[in-house]
Write a protein that binds this ligand. Structure first.
Ligand SMILES: C[S@@+](CC[C@H](N)C(=O)[O-])C[C@H]1O[C@@H](n2cnc3c(N)ncnc32)[C@H](O)[C@@H]1O
Length: 300
């Protein structure tokens, strides 16, 4: 465990992990509507199967050097949501600090209950309550593109990494590796997002479930079929092919994430490398496999 660098304003004793709450009064780089929307989302999507976590966890953490894993390593999960990636990492490292500003911390407290080497704090990226140079690894998966100034948020994350330690990030891609038709389809889907993300949470969830059922599921299964008949390179170019081997639960969750979130930004591989360099990272690797783009760098 790593000592906090400031005092929590309160500690909430839940039935599960206690939650330490930090003041966000001075945080400027935060979209409060988006945070509230995620709180509602994660309190409903509060459980994931071990099979789903292990399958997708491998997709994200494939770029972490295999000799990184050790019981001495201290890790920070920024924007933990339910804590599903902390559950993936828990038996591979020594300790994990999970932070999130939303009500998701209550879902995380329950979901991570069995892990004794995890602590949960309610805090945001603008006020991470640890000294700089504290962690062997800081990761933030699917979070920083929901923050107004993604580049500034990345700097705050990297500050907490020890020299020589790693920062791993997943940011929505700007479809920079896709054909024109794919990009047009995306622009169309963004119009739907503009409307759906403003709906009340119950209605939003119903619509997103319908999108998962009517769009994600069939497209994922068609691309899977195309792959099975030996046309893998074509299937990989099809929209939503990533979900070909994923569960329907994951499709529902990602549809809600994609269409229900008010603020999302997208970045090209080049922009991500520039932001990572600006944050003080070297040896940057952007994975060429999905999910696009996930990247890792080492603190200089
Ligand atoms: C798409 S979810 C990803 C959650 C988790 N990393 C995962 O992949 O399951 C985005 C998370 O970022 C959190 N978040 C939003 N704004 C944030 C901020 N300013 N600082 C830290 N986390 C934030 C949300 O509360 C939400 O739980």
């Amino acid at each position: 465990m790593i000592d906090y660098s400031k005092q929590p304003i309160t500690s909430i004793q839940t039935e599960f992990h206690p939650i330490f709450e930090f003041s966000m009064a001075e945080s400027e780089n935060i979209d409060k509507v988006t945070v509230q929307s995620f709180g509602e989302e994660w309190l409903k999507f509060n459980s994931f199967s071990k099979a789903d976590i292990n399958q997708i966890g491998l997709d994200y953490f494939d770029i972490l050097p295999s000799d990184f894993f050790s019981p001495h390593k201290k890790v920070l999960d920024v924007g933990c949501g339910t804590g599903r990636w902390a559950s993936y990492m828990a038996d591979k490292v020594g300790f994990i600090e999970c932070i999130d500003p939303s009500d998701a911390v209550f879902a995380a407290s329950r979901f991570l209950n069995e892990y004794k080497n995890i602590r949960i704090s309610r805090a945001d990226v603008d006020n991470i309550p640890f000294n700089n140079d504290s962690f062997d690894l800081v990761y933030s998966l699917g979070v920083l593109h929901h923050i107004p100034d993604t580049s500034a948020a990345m700097v705050k994350c990297v500050e907490k990494v020890k020299k020589g330690g790693y920062f791993l990030v997943y940011l929505y891609y700007s479809l920079d590796n896709r054909a024109v038709g794919y990009k047009l389809l995306f622009k169309l889907s963004n119009l739907f997002r503009a409307v759906i993300s403003k709906m009340p949470s119950g209605l939003k969830r119903i619509i997103c479930d319908l999108i998962a059922f009517g769009v994600y599921y069939p497209l994922a299964k068609i691309s899977r079929l195309v792959e099975k008949i030996g046309l893998k390179s074509i299937s990989k170019k099809m929209p939503l092919s990533y979900y070909g081997d994923k569960s329907f639960w994951i499709m529902k969750n990602d549809a809600l994430d994609r269409f229900g979130t008010p603020l999302e930004q997208r970045f090209s591989k080049k922009q991500i490398i520039e932001m990572m360099e600006k944050s003080g990272l070297k040896n940057i690797v952007v994975s060429n496999s999905e999910p696009y783009w996930h990247a890792i760098g080492q603190k200089a």
